[in-house]
Design a protein around this ligand. Structure first.
Ligand SMILES: C[S@@+](CC[C@H](N)C(=O)[O-])C[C@H]1O[C@@H](n2cnc3c(N)ncnc32)[C@H](O)[C@@H]1O
Length: 191
Protein backbone atom coordinates (compact mmCIF):
# COMPACT_ATOMS: atom_id res chain seq x y z
CA UNK A 1 0.00 0.00 0.00
CA UNK A 2 1.50 3.39 -0.92
CA UNK A 3 2.54 5.33 2.20
CA UNK A 4 0.09 8.16 1.52
CA UNK A 5 -2.86 5.73 1.40
CA UNK A 6 -1.70 3.76 4.44
CA UNK A 7 -1.49 7.03 6.38
CA UNK A 8 -5.10 7.93 5.69
CA UNK A 9 -6.28 5.10 7.86
CA UNK A 10 -3.64 5.02 10.59
CA UNK A 11 -4.35 5.75 14.25
CA UNK A 12 -2.85 9.24 14.16
CA UNK A 13 -4.80 10.45 11.09
CA UNK A 14 -7.95 9.09 12.71
CA UNK A 15 -7.10 11.01 15.91
CA UNK A 16 -6.73 14.13 13.77
CA UNK A 17 -10.18 13.60 12.25
CA UNK A 18 -11.75 13.53 15.70
CA UNK A 19 -9.82 16.63 16.75
CA UNK A 20 -10.91 18.48 13.60
CA UNK A 21 -14.49 17.51 14.23
CA UNK A 22 -14.47 18.77 17.82
CA UNK A 23 -12.11 21.73 18.19
CA UNK A 24 -13.31 25.25 17.41
CA UNK A 25 -11.59 28.66 17.35
CA UNK A 26 -11.07 29.98 20.86
CA UNK A 27 -10.87 26.52 22.45
CA UNK A 28 -8.23 25.30 24.90
CA UNK A 29 -6.38 22.03 24.25
CA UNK A 30 -3.46 19.96 25.51
CA UNK A 31 -0.87 17.89 23.69
CA UNK A 32 0.48 15.66 26.48
CA UNK A 33 3.32 14.28 24.29
CA UNK A 34 4.64 16.83 21.78
CA UNK A 35 7.34 14.69 20.15
CA UNK A 36 8.03 16.25 16.75
CA UNK A 37 5.02 18.52 17.16
CA UNK A 38 2.59 17.21 14.53
CA UNK A 39 -0.34 16.96 16.94
CA UNK A 40 0.59 20.25 18.65
CA UNK A 41 0.58 21.94 15.25
CA UNK A 42 -2.90 20.67 14.42
CA UNK A 43 -4.23 21.78 17.82
CA UNK A 44 -2.67 25.21 17.31
CA UNK A 45 -4.31 25.55 13.88
CA UNK A 46 -7.72 24.45 15.13
CA UNK A 47 -7.94 26.67 18.24
CA UNK A 48 -7.13 29.78 16.18
CA UNK A 49 -5.56 33.01 17.39
CA UNK A 50 -7.92 33.35 20.37
CA UNK A 51 -7.33 29.78 21.53
CA UNK A 52 -4.62 28.28 23.71
CA UNK A 53 -2.64 25.04 23.60
CA UNK A 54 -0.34 23.54 26.21
CA UNK A 55 2.24 21.04 24.93
CA UNK A 56 4.29 18.81 27.22
CA UNK A 57 7.41 16.76 26.63
CA UNK A 58 10.29 15.50 28.75
CA UNK A 59 12.77 15.82 25.89
CA UNK A 60 14.30 19.17 25.13
CA UNK A 61 14.96 17.94 21.59
CA UNK A 62 11.27 17.24 21.07
CA UNK A 63 10.25 20.66 22.32
CA UNK A 64 12.85 22.31 20.10
CA UNK A 65 11.43 20.49 17.04
CA UNK A 66 7.87 21.42 18.04
CA UNK A 67 8.83 25.02 18.67
CA UNK A 68 10.51 25.28 15.27
CA UNK A 69 7.47 23.81 13.51
CA UNK A 70 5.11 26.22 15.28
CA UNK A 71 7.36 29.17 14.51
CA UNK A 72 7.50 28.23 10.82
CA UNK A 73 3.71 28.15 10.68
CA UNK A 74 3.30 31.35 12.70
CA UNK A 75 1.47 29.62 15.55
CA UNK A 76 4.02 29.93 18.37
CA UNK A 77 2.10 32.66 20.22
CA UNK A 78 -0.91 30.51 21.03
CA UNK A 79 1.05 27.47 22.29
CA UNK A 80 2.74 27.16 25.67
CA UNK A 81 5.45 24.50 25.48
CA UNK A 82 6.18 22.94 28.85
CA UNK A 83 9.44 21.11 29.47
CA UNK A 84 8.02 18.78 32.10
CA UNK A 85 6.35 15.42 32.36
CA UNK A 86 2.62 15.46 31.65
CA UNK A 87 2.14 14.01 35.14
CA UNK A 88 2.62 17.63 36.27
CA UNK A 89 -0.20 18.84 34.01
CA UNK A 90 -2.37 20.10 36.89
CA UNK A 91 0.37 22.59 37.85
CA UNK A 92 0.21 24.23 34.42
CA UNK A 93 -3.32 23.81 33.10
CA UNK A 94 -6.41 24.88 35.00
CA UNK A 95 -8.66 26.15 32.20
CA UNK A 96 -11.56 24.13 30.76
CA UNK A 97 -10.43 22.00 27.83
CA UNK A 98 -12.12 20.94 24.60
CA UNK A 99 -9.48 18.32 23.78
CA UNK A 100 -6.37 16.57 24.98
CA UNK A 101 -4.23 14.17 23.01
CA UNK A 102 -1.75 11.56 24.24
CA UNK A 103 0.43 9.90 21.64
CA UNK A 104 2.10 7.26 23.81
CA UNK A 105 5.29 5.24 23.40
CA UNK A 106 8.48 6.90 22.20
CA UNK A 107 9.55 8.94 19.22
CA UNK A 108 10.34 6.69 16.25
CA UNK A 109 14.10 6.73 15.83
CA UNK A 110 14.44 8.59 19.14
CA UNK A 111 15.53 7.86 22.68
CA UNK A 112 13.72 4.78 23.94
CA UNK A 113 14.49 5.84 27.51
CA UNK A 114 11.91 8.62 27.02
CA UNK A 115 9.09 6.13 26.61
CA UNK A 116 5.79 7.00 28.30
CA UNK A 117 5.02 4.96 31.42
CA UNK A 118 1.78 3.68 32.95
CA UNK A 119 1.96 5.54 36.29
CA UNK A 120 2.75 8.94 34.83
CA UNK A 121 0.35 8.48 31.92
CA UNK A 122 -2.45 7.66 34.38
CA UNK A 123 -1.63 10.68 36.55
CA UNK A 124 -1.95 12.94 33.50
CA UNK A 125 -5.08 11.15 32.25
CA UNK A 126 -6.71 11.59 35.68
CA UNK A 127 -5.70 15.27 35.74
CA UNK A 128 -7.18 16.04 32.34
CA UNK A 129 -10.62 14.46 32.82
CA UNK A 130 -11.97 16.99 35.37
CA UNK A 131 -10.92 19.83 33.05
CA UNK A 132 -12.97 18.58 30.08
CA UNK A 133 -15.90 20.68 28.93
CA UNK A 134 -19.12 18.82 28.05
CA UNK A 135 -18.41 17.42 24.58
CA UNK A 136 -14.68 17.64 25.27
CA UNK A 137 -12.53 14.69 24.25
CA UNK A 138 -9.35 12.92 25.30
CA UNK A 139 -7.67 10.87 22.62
CA UNK A 140 -5.01 8.34 23.54
CA UNK A 141 -2.99 6.68 20.78
CA UNK A 142 -1.96 3.33 22.26
CA UNK A 143 0.99 1.24 21.12
CA UNK A 144 1.41 -2.33 22.26
CA UNK A 145 4.35 -3.33 20.06
CA UNK A 146 7.21 -2.15 22.32
CA UNK A 147 8.45 -3.37 25.67
CA UNK A 148 6.15 -1.94 28.37
CA UNK A 149 3.49 -1.08 25.77
CA UNK A 150 1.00 -3.82 26.71
CA UNK A 151 1.24 -2.86 30.41
CA UNK A 152 0.59 0.78 29.58
CA UNK A 153 -2.31 -0.14 27.31
CA UNK A 154 -3.81 -2.31 30.09
CA UNK A 155 -3.45 0.50 32.64
CA UNK A 156 -5.11 3.13 30.43
CA UNK A 157 -7.92 0.95 29.10
CA UNK A 158 -8.75 -0.36 32.55
CA UNK A 159 -8.87 3.19 33.98
CA UNK A 160 -11.11 4.28 31.09
CA UNK A 161 -13.35 1.22 31.51
CA UNK A 162 -14.04 2.33 35.09
CA UNK A 163 -15.33 5.78 34.10
CA UNK A 164 -18.97 6.50 34.96
CA UNK A 165 -21.02 5.90 31.77
CA UNK A 166 -23.39 8.70 32.79
CA UNK A 167 -20.47 11.14 32.66
CA UNK A 168 -18.23 9.78 29.90
CA UNK A 169 -18.44 7.88 26.64
CA UNK A 170 -15.44 5.62 26.11
CA UNK A 171 -14.69 4.30 22.63
CA UNK A 172 -11.97 2.02 21.44
CA UNK A 173 -11.16 2.41 17.72
CA UNK A 174 -8.96 -0.31 16.29
CA UNK A 175 -8.48 -1.76 12.87
CA UNK A 176 -10.21 -5.10 12.51
CA UNK A 177 -7.78 -6.42 9.93
CA UNK A 178 -4.43 -5.68 11.60
CA UNK A 179 -2.37 -7.52 14.18
CA UNK A 180 -3.06 -6.99 17.87
CA UNK A 181 0.18 -4.97 17.99
CA UNK A 182 -1.14 -2.26 15.62
CA UNK A 183 -1.58 1.14 17.28
CA UNK A 184 -5.15 2.13 18.08
CA UNK A 185 -7.19 4.88 19.65
CA UNK A 186 -9.00 5.26 22.88
CA UNK A 187 -11.49 8.11 22.74
CA UNK A 188 -13.05 9.49 25.92
CA UNK A 189 -15.83 12.05 25.56
CA UNK A 190 -17.24 14.06 28.46
CA UNK A 191 -21.03 13.96 28.27
C1 LIG B 1 5.09 8.90 20.30
S1 LIG B 1 5.96 10.33 20.78
C2 LIG B 1 4.82 11.62 20.42
C3 LIG B 1 4.69 11.94 18.94
C4 LIG B 1 4.16 13.32 18.68
N1 LIG B 1 2.79 13.49 19.13
C5 LIG B 1 4.35 13.76 17.23
O1 LIG B 1 3.37 14.19 16.59
O2 LIG B 1 5.48 13.71 16.75
C6 LIG B 1 5.94 10.28 22.55
C7 LIG B 1 6.59 11.48 23.21
O3 LIG B 1 6.27 11.44 24.59
C8 LIG B 1 7.34 12.00 25.31
N2 LIG B 1 7.21 11.61 26.73
C9 LIG B 1 7.57 10.46 27.34
N3 LIG B 1 7.22 10.50 28.64
C10 LIG B 1 6.62 11.70 28.85
C11 LIG B 1 6.04 12.33 29.99
N4 LIG B 1 5.99 11.73 31.17
N5 LIG B 1 5.52 13.57 29.83
C12 LIG B 1 5.56 14.20 28.62
N6 LIG B 1 6.08 13.65 27.52
C13 LIG B 1 6.61 12.41 27.63
C14 LIG B 1 8.58 11.47 24.61
O4 LIG B 1 9.69 12.28 24.89
C15 LIG B 1 8.12 11.51 23.13
O5 LIG B 1 8.55 12.70 22.52
Amino acid sequence: VPAERKGLFGAVPLAHRFLRERLRPGDRAVDATCGNGHDTLLLGELVGPEGRVWGFDLQEKALAATSELLREKGLADRVALVHAGHERLAEFVTEPLRAAVFNLGYLPGGETSFVTRPETTLTAFDAVLPLLLPGGIVIVVLYTGHSGGPEEEAAVTSRAAGLDPLKFNVWSCRQGNRSAAAPYLLLVEKI
